[in-house]
Design a protein around this ligand. Sequence first.
Ligand SMILES: NC(=O)c1ccc[n+]([C@@H]2O[C@H](COP(=O)([O-])OP(=O)(O)OC[C@H]3O[C@@H](n4cnc5c(N)ncnc54)[C@H](OP(=O)(O)O)[C@@H]3O)[C@@H](O)[C@H]2O)c1
Length: 352
Amino acid sequence: MPDDAHPQYSDKGMPFRRLGPSGLRVPLLSLGGWLTIGGSVVGDPVKDIMRTAFENGINMFDTAEDYSKGKSEKEMGRVIKELNLRRTDLVISTKIFWGPRDGHNDNGLSRKHIIEGAQECLDRLQLTYVDVIFAHRCDITVPMEEIVRAFNYVIEKGWAFYWGTSEWTAQQIEEAHHVATKLNLIAPVAEQCKHNMFHRERPEKEYAPLYEKYRLGTTAFSPLELGILTGKYNDGIPPDSRFATEGMFEGMVDRAEGQEKIRKVRELTKIADGLGATPTALALAWVAKNPNTSTVILGVSSVKQLLENIKALEVLPKMTDTVMHQIEDILNNKPAIEPNHGRPLLDKFGRL
Ligand SMILES: NC(=O)c1ccc[n+]([C@@H]2O[C@H](COP(=O)([O-])OP(=O)(O)OC[C@H]3O[C@@H](n4cnc5c(N)ncnc54)[C@H](OP(=O)(O)O)[C@@H]3O)[C@@H](O)[C@H]2O)c1
């Protein structure tokens, strides 16, 4: 097929940021496939969602070996082929840890599973490389040197350009950096962590030293707290929603903690109204506003949701200090910074 047969990519005004300290530029909004692509959404609707994303500047797609037991990668790979998207236009990330089978060596971060798992991901995606490969969790049963060496092998083979971590502790990320520095290997460039208005301690407090020291970037997941921040659960559980169809979320909104979140969503909706926005767009813009966020990974089960969520980009310039303070007053959950014990704080250049 001639090269010009590829659909032409236009960023459509999508802001791009570097993925942490790497040279890779990623769109501020990306699209993920957990529970949705290959799960609750299959076939032509996946194509509609990915095409709409691409046509709106979202050219980064995130998946994992275990999403819907490999079906997420298969669906994404199929659609990339069917839409004839140019590979260089895309940023694809996948994750290794929970393999689609149960064998002792089909899970975790042994050299064996990282390498075999990466090959299987590429097969399912029908790609020769991904841009970023994440360790979906840390495997405390494997020596860190083995993990870092194995991800470096995957990169040297050309199966991925960069590697990152997902929900590792700051201490584990530090250890990976120490190993990489000592052995002259490539260190992780990004953390795929949960970050939203209700989940802040790890990305905002625990990782704070890593942003300064390693310029770590985050690919923020569950930015809508699984949908709660859209307001869709304010008056009960809609029958076709994630909380109705996925047993693992039973009781999420009924418990006192869930009810407190809903109370806050109602308050946040008033701020959103004042900005002419939805609470969904406000919540996504709030994560995007954080300078350590490289990309906010959207999860959607329809084109309609995707288009609503992209409106976060219109809200972003409206997130003034005043608005951010109003939001902070409602959330009332800002992580405390480490005490400085009377020592005056310095700016990032070490100046008073
Ligand atoms: N590394 C990790 O461990 C990890 C963990 C989780 C997620 N992730 C990544 O992050 C991505 C996003 O996570 P997430 O799916 O949990 O994100 P989320 O934004 O918190 O939740 C997405 C869900 O909320 C609902 N929703 C979204 N937009 C909506 C709208 N405009 N109106 C009404 N409902 C809406 C949809 O669910 P329903 O329509 O089904 O109700 C949708 O599937 C995943 O796809 C995955 O790539 C990574």
